[in-house]
Design a protein around this ligand. Structure first.
Ligand code: NAP
Length: 252
C-alpha cells in the first residue's frame, strides 16, 4: 500500500493496535480518522495529536454505520484506506452449564458482523478512489486456536477465509485487500494484565514491524504476518498442527 498521502479510517482506533497504527500512519503524513465507542478517548487522542480526527462508531449498533458513512462522504470523500481493526476477546468455558450462546453471539456480532458492516458501509467510497486498501485485523490464533477462546479464534478464522474471497472478488478493482494477523501483543484486549504481560510482544515493537512489512510490500497473499508466526500459519500444510495445538493448549 501507499504509505503517505492517504485518507485512512481505523476502527478500534481508541486504544491498542488501532491507536498505535493511527499514530504511525499520522507520523508518515496521512490524514487519519479513528473510531470507537469511548468518546472521552476520541477527545483525548485528537487533543494530544491535532490532525487526527475522531468519529464515534459502535459496531454493535446497526444505525451507527449509516451515520459514519454519511460523515465520511461529507467530510472525507477521498477515503482510500479502511482498517477494520476493532474487536473483542473473551474466554468461554463451553463445559459449564451456565455457558450461554449469547456470549458467543456477542463476540461474533463485534468481530464478524462488525467487520462486514464496516466494509458494506465504506467499501463503496473506497472503490471509487485511487490506491485503495482494505485491511482487517484477524489473529495468529485464526488457524491454530487457543481452546479457551473458542468463539474468538473462530471469528478470526472467519475473517481469514472471508478476506480471501473478498480479495478474489475485488481483483479487477484497484483495492488491495490485506489481513493483519497479530501475535499476542501488549494491549488491554483481554484486560489490563495483558498490557504488562512479558509473554506478549510490546505494542511499539509490533507496530514498527508491521509498518516495515507494509513499506517493503512484504506480505505474500496479502497477509501481514511476523516471521515467528509462520509455523502456526502453515501448521496444517506442514503436518505440525497437532504438536502446535498441544503446545498452545496444555492439559496438565
Ligand atoms: N493484542 C493482541 O494480542 C491481539 C492479537 C491478535 C489479534 N488482535 C486483534 O487486534 C484488534 C485490536 O485489539 P487490541 O489488542 O488493540 O485491543 P484493544 O486495545 O482492546 O482495542 C480494541 C479496540 O476495538 C474497539 N471496539 C471494541 N468493541 C467495539 C464496538 N462494539 N464498537 C466499536 N469499537 C469497538 C475499542 O474501542 P472502544 O472501546 O472505544 O469502542 C478499541 O479501540 C482486535 O481485532 C483484536 O482481536 C489483538
Amino acid at each position: 500500500m501507499k504509505m503517505s498521502g492517504n485518507t485512512i479510517l481505523i476502527t478500534g482506533g481508541t486504544s491498542g493496535i488501532g491507536r498505535a497504527l493511527a499514530e504511525a500512519f499520522h507520523d508518515r503524513g496521512n490524514t487519519v480518522i479513528v473510531t470507537g465507542r469511548r468518546q472521552a478517548l476520541l477527545d483525548a487522542i485528537t487533543t494530544e495529536r491535532p490532525g487526527l480526527v475522531g468519529l464515534p462508531l459502535d459496531l454493535d449498533d446497526p444505525a451507527s454505520y449509516a451515520r459514519l458513512a454519511e460523515s465520511v462522504r461529507a467530510r472525507f470523500p477521498a477515503l482510500n484506506v479502511l482498517i477494520a481493526n476493532a474487536g473483542v476477546s473473551r474466554t468461554e468455558d463451553l463445559t459449564a452449564d451456565a455457558w450461554d450462546a449469547a456470549a458467543a453471539q456477542a463476540i461474533l456480532d463485534t468481530n464478524v458482523s462488525g467487520v462486514l458492516r464496516t466494509a458494506a458501509a465504506l467499501l463503496p467510497i473506497l472503490k471509487r478512489n485511487a490506491d485503495a486498501t482494505f485491511m482487517a485485523t484477524s489473529s495468529a490464533l485464526a488457524l491454530v486456536p487457543r481452546a479457551d477462546f473458542p468463539t474468538y479464534c473462530a471469528s478470526k478464522a472467519f475473517l481469514h477465509s472471508w478476506l480471501i474471497s473478498l480479495r478474489h472478488q475485488l481483483r479487477d478493482f484497484p483495492v488491495e485487500v490485506l489481513e493483519l494477523s497479530p501475535p499476542y501483543v501488549q494491549t488491554e484486549l483481554t484486560g489490563a494484565q495483558q498490557a504488562a504481560d512479558p509473554r506478549a510482544m510490546p505494542l511499539g515493537a509490533y507496530v514498527a514491524e508491521v509498518m516495515q512489512l507494509l513499506e517493503r510490500g512484504d506480505h505474500p497473499r496479502g497477509e501481514i504476518l511476523l516471521e515467528r508466526d509462520q509455523p502456526r500459519r502453515w501448521a496444517e500444510r506442514d503436518g505440525t498442527f497437532d504438536v502446535l495445538f498441544a503446545a498452545m493448549n496444555p492439559t496438565a
